[in-house]
Design a protein around this ligand. Structure first.
Ligand SMILES: [Zn+2]
Length: 527
């Protein structure tokens, strides 16, 4: 099952087009990788509608009217304490001239643009200031009794008689999280900026009356969400599954849509990105990586593939320190093979690859060098990787295939330097590895035989690493040692691991003299 197709059919059965797909995010700091799931999911669905001949638009909203509730850990002590409670569009960015919300929004947009998602970007503050929310604010204030009833019946919150679903940006201190509206006369709201309304911010105690329109006030989050749908005409918007809990924001939105006289958008309650500990990757938990970092460690198509390959109702397990990244490339390549095949064995795999393509050249048949193999070969300076790739393909690489090869080499280097498990990193140990002293006498004697072989045939000669590899293998037969034991002895002595890249290349790269010195020391210790 190719989930975008199934999901799009489900939605088309429920409501007819044209479609307005939307997603949103509060950029209260660097946006975590988890938020990419919503962006890519909506993007894939939007493109599926278009592919099926439907009309569809896709917008992405930054909720920059939201108050700053908690300073991100990397910005604590940098002068933001006084901003707690202010709308994030009224705060200064850590650098440059943009406002705080736009600064972080632009970084996040840059990340998902690289991953092939290019929704129209909207900022709530601009829509509020342009008066686009005026009608729905008036409606919410006029129908406040119904809204209080919805809060009570759906979420179990009893709101007092003088409660209203809007918050004013205090004209004196600029905070929005500290204000409370206590009256509405059809033109202006009465409000107070309280010192003790919330625990995370302190208001200035100002009281007054003000028009709630043209950006002076915002709707409270649970009302703000369906208000956006009404203002924009959104009819498809999913959210992380926690919004769909009983009595949660989605249930509230369902009732508010009825009140506002709009059809509720189709929902897509999606699962999370998980780390290996199983904890949700999000801004609040502080677990995991930032969205901007994902596109630094993976090529754009592979990053996009990571997010779209898993059905939205299943958690994505992303363990950059584990096997996730090399496994991901293998699955990407498997789907590519199906896409390039005339009659694919796995038709869904072909569709997932198609959905991951950003650069058109990927649509032509391309040779894709295996990431795991490349990661090992690039650690051997004498290895001719271009030649290896040409041999693997069986003909000259096209220009784009050379580009892919160089791109994968660059990302393999990043992976080896950041997340790759120790077993993939083959570095010559400058000290004799501890486990080398525990080799058997047979193994140590074999090392001595290799030293002799190198001295007799290889030092100051033109013989290749390939020949050395062959000779070492022959030597195991002469010495009468199982080849597995023999190679283990060499890897343990040189890189401290039980396996490694082709020994002939490894030895040539480290240098004959250095290898001989190491092998001799280990052999002599056993005497
Ligand atoms: Zn105030």
């Amino acid at each position: 099952m190719y989930w975008p197709e199934t999901l799009s059919k489900d939605i088309q059965n429920k409501l007819s087009g044209p479609y307005h797909v939307d997603d949103m995010k509060t950029p209260s700091g660097q946006v975590h990788i988890g938020a990419l799931r919503g962006v890519i999911l909506h993007d894939v669905l939007h493109k599926e509608f278009l592919k099926e001949g439907q009309k569809s638009v896709y917008t992405y909203i930054y909720n920059d009217m939201d108050p700053m509730k908690k300073i991100p850990s990397d910005l604590v002590g940098k002068g933001y304490e006084a901003d707690l409670g202010k709308p994030i569009f009224m705060m200064k960015a850590p650098e440059g001239t943009k406002d705080y919300a736009r600064y972080f929004a632009d970084i996040f947009t840059g990340a998902f643009n690289k991953m092939g998602a290019t929704p129209e970007i909207l900022f709530s503050s601009e829509m509020y200031k342009a008066g686009k929310f005026n009608d729905v604010i008036k409606e919410a204030l006029d129908k406040v009794e119904n809204i209080r009833k919805i809060y009570s019946e759906v979420a179990g919150y009893e709101k007092p008689e003088n409660w209203f679903p809007v918050q004013v940006i205090c004209p004196k201190c600029g905070k929005v999280g500290t204000t409370i509206v206590t009256g509405w006369n059809g033109k202006e709201v009465e409000f107070e900026c309280r010192t003790d309304l919330v625990t995370w911010a302190q208001g200035c105690a100002y009281k007054g009356s003000i028009s709630p329109f043209d950006g002076n006030a915002k709707l409270m989050w649970k009302v703000d969400w369906p208000a956006h749908w009404k203002v924009l005409g959104v009819n498809v918007e999913g959210a992380g599954k926690d919004h769909s809990s009983a009595g949660g924001s989605r249930d509230m939105a369902t009732e508010l849509c009825k009140l506002f006289g709009i059809q509720e958008p189709a929902d897509i309650p999606y699962e999370w990105f998980l780390t290996k500990e199983g904890s949700k990757m999000s801004t609040s938990s502080g677990v995991g990586m930032y969205a901007k970092d994902l596109v630094e460690v993976l090529p754009p198509e592979v990053a996009r593939f990571l997010v779209l390959r898993t059905n939205y109702n299943t958690a994505i397990l992303f363990e950059p320190e584990g096997e996730t990244i090399p496994d991901l490339y293998d699955e990407f390549d498997r789907c590519a093979t199906n896409f390039y095949a005339e009659t694919p064995e796995d038709a869904d795999a072909a569709k997932y690859f198609d959905a991951a393509i950003i650069r058109d050249q990927f649509k032509q048949h391309n040779f894709l060098p295996r990431f795991r193999t490349l990661s090992s070969y690039i650690q051997m300076p004498s290895m001719d990787i271009q030649k290896w790739a040409t041999d693997e393909k069986g003909s000259e690489l096209t220009q784009f295939e050379k580009d892919i090869l160089n791109e994968r080499i660059a990302y393999a280097k990043i992976w080896l330097n950041t997340y790759a498990p120790e077993k993939y990193v083959f570095m010559f140990k400058t000290e004799i590895p501890e486990n080398a002293t525990k080799l058997s006498d047979v193994q140590k004697n074999f090392l001595n035989s290799v030293t002799k072989l190198i001295n007799e045939k290889y030092i100051n000669s033109e013989h290749t690493a390939d020949e050395l590899q062959f000779d070492i293998f022959e030597l195991t037969k002469v010495v009468g040692i199982p080849s597995k034991e023999a190679f283990k002895a060499m890897y343990t002595s040189l890189i401290g691991k039980e396996h490694g890249p082709k020994a002939g290349w490894l030895i040539k790269d480290i240098g004959y003299a250095t290898v001989n010195e190491r092998f001799e020391k280990i052999w002599k210790n056993s005497l």
